[in-house]
Design a binder for this molecule. Structure first.
Ligand code: 93A
Length: 530
């Protein structure tokens, strides 16, 4: 059943396609009503249009805050043809058969980095969503368009049939409710984010978790497939990504990113940016397989990170926390197959080197000036039909937080290595064991169900690459439940250990370390990562 369209109300912020729409509706003998700016644009194009304020008999007031919130407008949209005819006639409410409306640009306004609260608030549309809801609720009699990309198809239908079909009206109503829902979600997320930022320190409290979570994401990439080729996938970023996070990347060259590339890139990037000195992190299958920090610069850091495990580094995701120079980039492309490179900046020479290997995905992640506050981020994980939500693991210990529990205290050199190994362990899947010496990973044991196996694997890796464990330190992401892990580490030549502590058998574990003349420090903080 096609309902004829005789009157349309046009109120659009995005004026794209407005004139053509007005012309075609006028040509189809549709009477046009419109709000301030839209009416002005139509009139200037010579299209006959009536002001909404003339229909309501009420001017637009308060800088446009109140322009369409009137029974003559909402009655015209909501009146049921047939049922409400008498009351409409009695009160002089003329039916409105088509609403063309797009909302104040809230999302794009708050996406601007310098957006003020006042600007955000002024861009909260009130009358627009109200009209969209009225028209969509009354979809049986009214058509509703919310975006310029819907105009053409609807106009063609109107021109051909004099109105919109029932199926079209229903589809458009659903789309209008979706638009309103997303719009309100964006407002709610934006304002909630401000509230959280004000209370950064209180975030650990449960206040951080609303009764209903409306996290909004915007699609930035359609991916070829998911974790496996038979899965479909896309990448969405937060409506307001925190500065310096992976989601803010700029692709500079390379093949399209894959699902696994993005997951690995996040691990590599988060790990590398936890270091202040020049660092390189190489990730494979979501785990760092080589990490190094070097005061000689990132070129040296890359060499050292690569040395840890060249086999795994093949096809790796490589991240740097400094501008990437030409010499390092040339070494990289000559030495190994690379999936993704991440850095805050690239020299022209570096970009030239990568250009020779066109497939390498080169991503730049702009890093905010220091001390720029990082928005509170939730860590989300789907389970069945539920969602596990926690605040992100921002815990980071410094030398001052370490508690020496053994007779021997770590030397300064050992402390530097312990902190380094601890930072790496935070990004290794549990159970995580990291051996390190001179700010270079010597062996990494990841993702084992028992801690002893992770330790054994770290040792095997070191041996396979002829890396000397003697004199290294060991980090463990969670406490040692028994002394066997310490005994095995001592046998391999480990001199100092960093771990959270807190086991029932801490005394036994400390005694083992003392027997081997090892230094052991407790962090009091655990870094499970699953
Ligand atoms: O400030 S409002 O919330 N108050 C209203 O009564 C109202 N009616 C329509 N914003 C309102 N609108 C919005 O104005 C529409 O959603 C549209 O985005 C915009 C079009 O204004 P103009 O035609 O003056 O450019």
């Amino acid at each position: 059943a096609v309902t004829p369209i005789r009157r349309a109300l046009i109120s659009v912020s995005d004026k794209t396609g407005l004139i053509e729409l007005g012309k075609r509706l006028a040509a189809a003998n549709v009477e046009l009503l419109s709000t301030g700016g839209s009416a002005k644009a139509l009139r200037e194009a010579g299209i006959p249009v009536k002001d909404v304020s003339d229909v309501t008999g009420f001017p637009e007031i308060m800088d446009g805050r109140v322009k369409t919130l009137h029974p003559k407008v909402h009655g015209g949209l909501l009146g049921r043809r047939g049922t409400d005819d008498a009351v409409m006639a009695e009160l002089g409410i003329a039916p409105i058969d088509l609403l063309v409306l797009n909302l104040y640009p809230f999302e794009s306004t708050v996406a601007k980095p310098d957006c003020t609260l006042e600007q955000a608030i002024e861009n909260i549309d009130i009358g627009g969503p109200a009209m969209l809801r009225s028209a969509a609720k009354n979809w049986n009699d009214v058509g509703v368009l919310t975006a310029p990309d819907q105009y053409d198809e609807a106009l063609a239908e109107i021109e051909q049939h004099g109105g919109l079909s029932r199926a079209t009206r229903f589809k458009l109503a659903v789309s209008a409710f979706n638009r309103v829902s997303n719009y309100d979600g964006a407002i709610s997320d934006y304002l909630s984010g401000l509230q959280l930022n004000d209370a950064q320190d209180a975030i650990a409290g449960h206040d951080a978790f609303p009764a209903q979570l409306n996290s909004r994401f915007v699609k930035t990439l359609d991916l070829r497939y998911g974790e496996n080729p038979h899965q479909q996938a896309a990448f969405y970023r937060d409506l307001q990504p925190a500065p310096g996070t992976l989601a803010t990347f700029e692709p500079l060259q390379g093949k399209e990113l894959s699902f696994n590339n993005i997951a690995d890139a996040d691990a590599a990037w988060e790990c590398v940016r936890s270091f202040t000195k020049p660092a390189c992190v190489i990730v494979k299958h979501a785990n760092p397989c080589g990490v190094a920090v070097s005061l000689d610069g990132i070129g040296r850091a890359y060499d050292l990170a690569f040395q840890t495990d060249p086999t795994s580094a093949f096809g790796g995701i490589i991240a740097f926390n400094r501008e990437l120079d030409g010499a390092t980039a040339r070494t990289m492309v000559e030495r190994q197959f690379i999936e993704v490179v991440l850095a805050p900046a690239y020299s022209d020479e570096a970009l030239k080197a990568f250009a020779k290997k066109g497939n390498v995905r080169v991503l730049r992640i702009p890093v905010p000036a220091e001390s720029a506050s990082v928005a509170a981020a939730y860590d989300l994980r789907r389970v069945g039909s539920g969602l596990l939500v926690q605040t992100a693991d921002r815990g980071m210990v410094t030398a001052a937080d370490l508690k020496t529990v053994t007779r021997r205290a770590p030397t300064q050199e050992e402390i530097d290595d312990l902190i380094f190994a601890w930072k790496v362990a935070k990004y290794v899947k549990s159970n995580a064991i990291v051996y390190a010496r001179n700010r270079q990973t010597i062996g990494v044991g990841a993702g084992q169900m028992s801690r002893v196996y992770s330790a054994r694997i770290a040792g095997i890796k070191a041996a396979d690459e002829n890396l000397e464990v003697r004199g290294s330190v060991m980090a463990s992401d969670a406490f040692f439940p028994f002394r066997d892990g310490i005994d095995a580490a001592a046998a391999a030549g480990i001199r100092a250990v960093i771990q959270p502590g807190g086991s029932m058998r801490d005394a036994e574990v400390i005694a083992a370390a003392d027997e081997h003349d090892m230094a052991m420090v407790f962090t009091g903080m655990r870094h499970f990562r699953h």
